[in-house]
Design a protein around this ligand. Structure first.
Ligand code: SAM
Ligand code: CA
Length: 220
């Protein structure tokens, strides 16, 4: 029995996708269009999108929050899995790149389920807290500016209901947080966030080596 996760070389990764990925046509379209963009690597992996949809369905999520929309892949994965009366508050700072996301939301007939908040995410989260949205969200996905991860997390933890789930993306950041000689701003921020969550007894947590690493935090 192995005590650590299997290494996914290209062949094994292709195999994993070939026997498990069920990607909706609209998600595939979004992924293929995004692949032409210079920052395409910011998009989540397709099996991660499927895992998000799986969790949304499993947990009967009705009210969701996303921080970091980009061209819309993860928001589509969330919105497509939400029930008809479900809602997603999606935060991003970039009005231009998110026009692509909005186009896909319309095409997928989920635009009505999504409110896009164009502003620094911290401001949007503070406003939601001011608007007494505390403990009303069932699910949140954090995937925006890495140096602000702890600031997002602390606000999201107020907004999520007890029993709700937070998914944080890129917690393994290509492995860099494990190498103490790497001290760039993003790596240091992710290292601090990981330590912060590990010590946080307000949550149950599980870090998974899916894609670039995700942490699932379940609020007690
Ligand atoms: N989840 C997306 C997907 O699946 O394609 C990828 C998100 S991408 C890694 C990060 C996004 O965060 C970018 O679209 C960027 O504009 C946004 N962002 C950066 N700084 C931000 C901030 N301070 N507030 C809100 N969004 C921000
Ligand atoms: Ca990401």
């Amino acid at each position: 029995m192995s005590r650590k996760s299997i290494q996914l070389d290209e062949q094994v990764y292709r195999y994993l996708l070939s026997v498990s990925l069920r990607e909706a046509e609209i998600l595939k379209e979004c992924r293929e269009e995004t692949a032409k963009h210079p920052m395409a690597r910011m998009q989540i992996a397709p099996e991660q999108g499927q895992f998000i949809s799986f969790l949304i369905t499993l947990l009967h999520v009705k009210k969701a929050l996303e921080i970091g929309v980009y061209t819309g892949y993860s928001s589509l994965a969330i919105a497509l899995a939400l029930p008809d009366d479900g809602h997603l508050d999606a935060c991003d700072i970039d009005p231009e790149i998110t026009t692509i996301a909005k186009r896909y939301w319309s095409k997928a007939n989920v635009a009505e389920k999504i409110s896009l908040h164009i502003a620094p995410a911290i401001k949007t989260l503070d406003r939601l807290i001011e608007d007494k949205q505390n403990e009303t969200y069932d699910f949140a996905f954090i995937d925006a500016h890495k140096p602000e991860y702890i600031d997002y997390y602390e606000r999201v933890l107020q907004l999520i209901r007890p029993g709700g789930l937070i998914m944080v993306d890129n917690v393994l950041w290509s492995g860099n947080p494990a190498d103490e000689t790497i001290q760039d701003e993003d790596t240091v921020a992710i290292r601090l966030l990981n330590e912060h969550l590990h010590a946080d007894d307000r949550i149950m947590l599980s870090m998974l080596p899916v894609a670039d690493g995700i942490t699932l935090a379940f609020k007690h």
